[in-house]
Design a protein around this ligand. Structure first.
Ligand code: NAD
Length: 292
């Protein structure tokens, strides 16, 4: 995206007036990888009672030369993995090399994936966590145990100890205040992917250098929507993480700087992950070939 060879198409998200469902599409095209396709799905709140996941999605990949359908891939697990990969990539490129303490705000389904992927990026020595519903913190404890790291439940003030913070909640109000973040911290805000949602104090986006997957989404449905709406920052203050990865933006330039990644989730991530899965499935002789 930052190189200008891949783009996302406008997102569709609609209440369908049945089963309280929100349904939509995320799509895009990567001209270099030739990934063309869409993720279709949404949120069915009644699914839990049927023993199904409320979030449901399926990825469709198309041949960029002919438009023929190439693959249909289940998207539920892949969404969890690509979202975890996104904050992990932001840590790789923006966190201090000597980061030791990782702080988690949120302890639901997605939090476990985010924490697992984050732990791969630095030599973390401790996990700390806060969640509105403390009984869910056991999810974070489990991942810390897997990695052989100590876990400590903290109050929000305790987040000052963290070198890296990931927020992954469905909150509609700022949870983390600006004075609860220490200089040099990298924050990955991953929960806010809809208009109205919010996880951190807008002042944090003024203090921090802000990066995102897609600027248009960041300022409309991402964490930056609030700071922009209050006139505290502008779209031009939000940089693409792809530019840091490509080396055209320096990213972190000092140990005292706060960096903030606003991860909103884009269709190109879904296509990239699904295309890799299809390639690996072909190589392993897995998957089902259908003639049509
Ligand atoms: P979940 O329902 O399993 O967990 C929700 C979490 O939010 C829990 O930790 C819960 O305690 C907390 N929470 C709920 N209401 C809250 C409130 N009012 N204030 C503070 N915390 C609150 O959901 P999940 O699957 O873990 O997803 C978490 C969030 O991540 C959702 O908002 C989801 O839309 C978002 N998400 C974003 C992306 C992306 O690409 N950015 C991808 C997947 C999910």
């Amino acid at each position: 995206m930052a190189a200008g060879t891949a783009r996302n198409f406008p997102v569709i998200r609609e209440a369908i007036g049945h089963a309280d469902a929100l349904y939509g599409f995320k799509s895009g095209f990567d001209r270099q990888a030739l990934n063309l396709g869409l993720k279709s799905g949404g949120y069915w709140p009644g699914n839990a009672d049927k023993g199904l996941t409320n979030h449901q999605s399926t990825v469709f990949l198309f041949d960029a030369d002919t438009g023929r359908c190439q693959a249909v891939v289940g998207g539920n697990l892949l969404t969890a993995l690509r979202t975890a990969a996104a904050s992990s990539v932001s840590i790789k490129h923006l966190a201090r090399q000597d980061a030791k303490v990782i702080g988690m705000i949120g302890a639901g389904h997605q939090a476990k994936f985010q924490l697992r992927a984050a732990l791969e990026q630095r030599n973390f020595e401790k996990v700390i966590g806060w969640n509105l519903h403390p009984e869910m913190l056991v999810n974070l404890q489990e991942v810390a145990d897997e990695a052989g790291l100590p876990f400590e439940a903290v109050e929000l003030d305790g987040m000052r100890e963290a070198d890296v913070i990931i927020t992954i909640t469905s909150s509609f109000d700022a949870i983390l205040k600006a004075d609860q973040v220490s200089p040099g911290t990298h924050i990955a805000c991953m929960g806010t992917d809809t208009k109205g949602k919010q996880e951190v104090d807008p002042q944090l986006l003024v203090m921090a250098d802000v990066f995102t997957d897609e600027v248009a989404q960041s300022i409309s449905i991402g964490e930056a929507q609030h700071a922009v709406a209050h006139g505290l920052i502008q779209a031009a203050d939000v940089a693409q993480i792809g530019a840091v990865i490509n080396g055209t933006n320096p990213g972190r330039t000092s140990d005292a700087q706060i960096t903030l990644f606003d991860g909103t989730g884009v269709g190109l991530q879904d296509l990239a992950v699904a295309a890799t899965v299809v390639e690996r499935a072909r190589a392993a002789g897995a998957g089902t070939e259908i003639a049509f």
